[in-house]
Design a protein around this ligand. Structure first.
Ligand code: DC
Length: 215
């Protein structure tokens, strides 16, 4: 079974999707982490995005392993590195590239081949799995999402302000929604949940309730 959870940065997708996957005993797949890891590795290895052949060749051989708990590049866990700047803002740019999107989409489909999954991202219900069994689209205001992201960032104490965080979210949304390929968009048949004024537990209950009711 495939459960798709899409939405913008800071809408609570990861927390919700992880919890829903635990309740159902499904594999959790954070596709943003996959785009981040690809961006991280391309920057680290100095790969020029302008050279399509070089990029394809690199991605064909990339040593990237995704599990529900960690993401590995060349055998090392890179969970923390992929959440830091400049990777966050660069990922939004890199994920516009058709070669990178095609690689990431294939990678994500493969992960779901032998597993029941809860997959979260931007284009899961529209592009990666248009026939997903269940589709949800989480939203929240910029302000609320900025505050959530700020709280997360503050844990690693990297000195960013709340205003900068809200602005970064605004720019990333614009980028993700306006790109030509697989933009951030609610699938016509997705259930939309605005998480601005409700707690994460209520969102999880709503999703689980919906799945159990329909299944
Ligand atoms: O979910 P996240 O914030 O970790 O995602 C990081 C970036 O990756 C996001 O700005 C856009 C890109 N992304 C994407 O293009 N498609 C996805 N399915 C998931 C993420």
């Amino acid at each position: 079974m495939i459960i798709a959870i899409d939405g913008p940065a800071g809408a609570g997708k990861s927390t919700v999707a992880r919890k829903v996957s635990e309740i159902l005993g499904f594999m959790f797949i954070d596709t943003g982490a996959i785009y981040r890891a690809v961006t991280y590795s391309l920057i680290k290895d100095n790969i020029n995005l302008g050279n399509k052949e070089e990029l394809e060749c690199y991605l064909n051989r990339i040593d990237l392993i995704y599990t529900s708990d960690h993401i590995y590049f060349q055998g090392s866990i890179i969970d923390r590195e992929i959440r830091e700047e400049p990777i966050s803002s660069k990922t939004s740019d890199y994920s516009k590239n058709p070669v990178i999107r095609s690689f990431a989409t294939g990678f994500q489909r493969k992960l779901a081949e032998n597993n029941d999954v809860v997959m979260e991202g931007r284009d899961i219900g529209t592009v990666v799995f248009p026939n997903a069994d269940f589709k949800f689209f989480l939203t929240a205001s910029h302000e609320v999402r900025g505050r959530r992201r700020y709280k997360e960032l503050k844990k690693s104490d990297n000195g960013v302000s709340l205003e900068e965080t809200i602005e970064a979210i605004r720019i990333r949304d614009k980028n993700d929604s306006n790109r030509e390929l697989a933009p951030l968009k609610k699938a016509a048949d997705a259930v939309e949940i605005d998480t601005s004024n409700i707690g994460i537990d209520q969102v999880i209950d709503a999703i689980i309730g919906y799945i159990r009711m329909e299944d």
